[in-house]
Design a protein around this ligand. Structure first.
Ligand code: ZN
Length: 408
């Protein structure tokens, strides 16, 4: 181990004996009291020295034995220390590809802030290269989202869509103007390839242990249709296979100047498209009648939808961040919930969906069981922010179903 005080967190002395690491409420930590000797030692934790050398240098400046290990333990407990050589074999492989590694340095810095254990950020970043994600839709939201995932190190990003690129599909970070007229699927494939930080060796791209002839399973499907109605009011029939196979899926899109991100569906654990449709019909009994009209060929929206570039880009970026959080083993705020934003005020708001008791996905039964067992208690983050009961509830349900935290 080569300990390094996480360089992504700014350091400042609050007074003569207390150091603050980090700026924002979500991730800042105050350590103290810190004596002069400890302050000196802190500067040696820069990732260039292994533990034996650190102990020698501490001894050389007159510090008692055990001081290095005591400080290391203290920093680790506060989530402030990283391991410059950690993260496992996949991380070692990524470090040997300097071009790709340099492209991902800012992503790594973010992950090091989020994940407290030494080497945790690097391990997660490297693990992304073996992940396979499918994005359904190559419009302004889907293409930008797919490019972001690829650029963030996700090894295999498939984009599915039909037809040819229209001028209004073009977006910075998404399909380029020169792709107009090309087949959407081919143009999106090229976009994903060009966005990747570097092509990983074939062995790294595959899930460890899977034979070369077997395609690794999809970790996540993202439904990002060009017509955002299919994300706002998702079709339960289209999601049937994912619910049956237990494939997590996330909805994102823009419909009539309203952007939506979520829900992230963990089949059997959180509300699915069927649950959403049943809840909607409970609240508004004529909704299915209107949906039928909107879906009728000839009455379907044709031509460019109301999907302005800035809103589409915000939705794509937010959805990509939620997807990456899940792929890195967390349960983002879109788990079982939809985040919604409308122009011109752009005030993000969320709606939590409970599984519907009449839905065949079975999540309602799981939820009631979980509730009965009073699963989990809220836990503290580094900054002492208490997680909501709903999030803990999802976390426990997801863990029991085998989702989340299993990708590293
Ligand atoms: Zn359901």
């Amino acid at each position: 181990m080569h300990p390094v005080v996480k360089p992504a967190l700014r350091q400042a002395w609050r007074d003569l004996r207390h150091v603050q690491f980090g700026t924002t409420a979500a991730h800042a930590v105050v350590m103290g009291p810190v004596d002069t000797a400890t302050g000196c030692l802190l500067s040696l934790f820069d990732g260039t020295r292994g533990l034996p050398r650190l102990r020698d240098e501490a001894r050389a400046i007159g510090l008692p034995d055990g001081q290095v290990d005591a400080l290391l333990g203290r920093l680790a407990k506060a989530g402030l220390v990283d391991d410059a050589t950690g993260g496992g074999p996949a991380a070692d492989a990524l470090r040997k590809r300097p071009g790709a590694f340099d492209r991902l340095r800012s992503d790594l810095a973010s992950l090091s802030v989020v994940h407290p254990e030494p080497g945790g950020g690097m391990g997660r970043l490297a693990a992304r290269s073996a992940i396979r994600v499918q994005v359904r839709g190559a419009g302004r939201v889907g293409a930008v989202l797919a490019a972001a995932l690829s650029a963030a190190g996700v090894g295999e990003v498939e984009v599915l869509d039909g037809g040819r690129v229209e001028p209004w599909d073009v977006a910075p970070g998404g399909l380029p103007a020169k792709a107009v007229g090309e087949r959407r699927a081919a143009a999106a494939r090229q976009l994903v390839r060009q966005s990747a930080p570097g092509r990983a060796p074939r062995a790294v791209r595959r899930t460890a242990g899977s034979p070369p002839s077997v395609e690794s399973p999809l970790t996540l499907v993202i439904v990002a249709p060009r017509d955002g109605l299919a994300a706002y009011a998702p079709d339960p029939g289209a999601a049937e296979d994912w619910v049956t196979t237990g494939t997590p899926h996330l909805y994102a899109g823009v419909v009539e100047a309203t952007g939506v991100v979520g829900p992230l569906v963990l089949p059997g654990g959180t509300a699915c498209a069927g649950c959403l449709a049943l809840h909607r019909a409970d609240r508004d009994p004529v909704w299915p009648r209107m949906m039928a009209q909107w879906s009728t060929p000839g009455r379907r929206a044709t031509g460019p939808g109301a999907c302005d570039l800035a809103l589409a880009t915000a939705v794509a970026g937010t959805a990509a961040a939620h997807a990456l959080s899940f792929l890195d083993g967390e349960l983002p705020a879109s788990t079982g919930a939809r985040w919604e934003v409308s122009s011109p005020l752009l005030d993000w708001r969320s709606e939590q969906f409970r599984p519907h008791r009449d839905c065949s996905c079975g999540a309602a039964g799981q939820t009631q069981g979980e509730r009965a067992s009073k699963a989990g208690t809220p836990h503290d983050t580094m900054a002492g922010v208490t997680a909501s009961t709903e999030q803990c509830h999802h976390a426990d349900a997801a863990r029991r179903l085998g989702f989340g935290g299993a990708h590293v």
